[in-house]
Design a protein. Structure first.
Length: 260
């Protein structure tokens, strides 16, 4: 019989210790082997990293995750802000044209200038001749309107600055929205109160989809589409739903509706 532990050995003091007969019990005395000097020096190796390194590592990992999440949140906030969408930014035009004065105070119908809004995808910008219908008689000598008169004499159009400017990959049709009872102020706001027109809504895809999924609050009878400040009798949502049913409003939400 041999010991299985490598750190012990069988030792007896002399050959006389062996038993004289097979009936005697052999007793093994364990003896610890000497540890090499090189192995003993391992305990003397200095500790490179402090115990606090574990805590710092955990804080670094979680801090990086929170910083990444915060960056995503910040990008989402900037993407929805007026800085990115241009919402609420008034555009200075080549002529000091006031929608508040013309549409609000004088009550000129939107269709007098935007003649294609009921039938075409593009609402249309009035030519200089439309302006001169009135201003050849009214304020005909005003210095403010000299660019209009110069455009009329030269036969060149005025270069208006587009306010509600959708990306080129987005298709929008004014005519179908007007025919289905979507009012001008739903997208453009109370233009009759604006001296300089600004973009009232974000015009982002989520805003458009919100209306397409629930058009009821934004639909009214066709005869009131161009009436600013119109309110339906009774519950607004119920009236919109009734108008949506009457106009057979079934807006689509698939990608090809707007991205063609």
């Amino acid at each position: 019989m041999r010991p299985t532990n490598a750190s012990t050995s069988c030792a007896r003091t002399s050959r006389s210790d062996y038993p004289s007969s097979s009936s005697e019990l052999v007793v093994f005395t364990p003896r610890t082997l000497a540890v090499p000097a090189a192995a003993a020096t391992l305990d003397a190796v200095p500790q490179i990293f402090q115990r606090s390194t574990n805590t710092l590592s955990r804080l670094s990992i979680f801090g990086a995750l929170f910083a990444f999440a915060g960056a995503l949140w910040g990008l989402a906030v900037v993407n929805r802000s007026g800085y990115a969408t241009q919402q609420g930014v008034a555009r200075e035009q080549p002529i000091q044209f006031s929608h508040k004065h013309h549409a609000g105070e004088l009550g000129i119908d939107c269709r007098y200038c935007h003649t294609q809004v009921e039938s075409a995808a593009y609402a249309g910008i009035p030519p200089t001749a439309t302006c001169m219908n009135c201003h050849s008689q009214i304020w005909s000598d005003s210095p403010t309107l000299e660019p209009v008169r110069a455009s009329w004499r030269a036969g060149t159009p005025l270069h208006w600055i587009k306010v509600h400017d959708l990306p080129d990959f987005v298709y929008f049709n004014h005519g179908i929205h007007v025919q289905k009872g979507v009012a001008c102020e739903t997208c453009h706001g109370r233009v009759d109160r604006m001296n300089q027109v600004w973009q009232e809504t974000s015009l982002q895809m989520e805003w458009c989809l919100g209306c397409h999924r629930d058009p009821g609050p934004n639909v009214r009878p066709r005869e009131h589409v161009f009436d600013f400040g119109w309110t339906p009798p009774g519950a607004a949502h119920a009236g919109g739903v009734a108008a949506a049913v009457a106009h057979d409003v079934q807006p689509r939400t698939d990608c090809t509706t707007c991205h063609r």
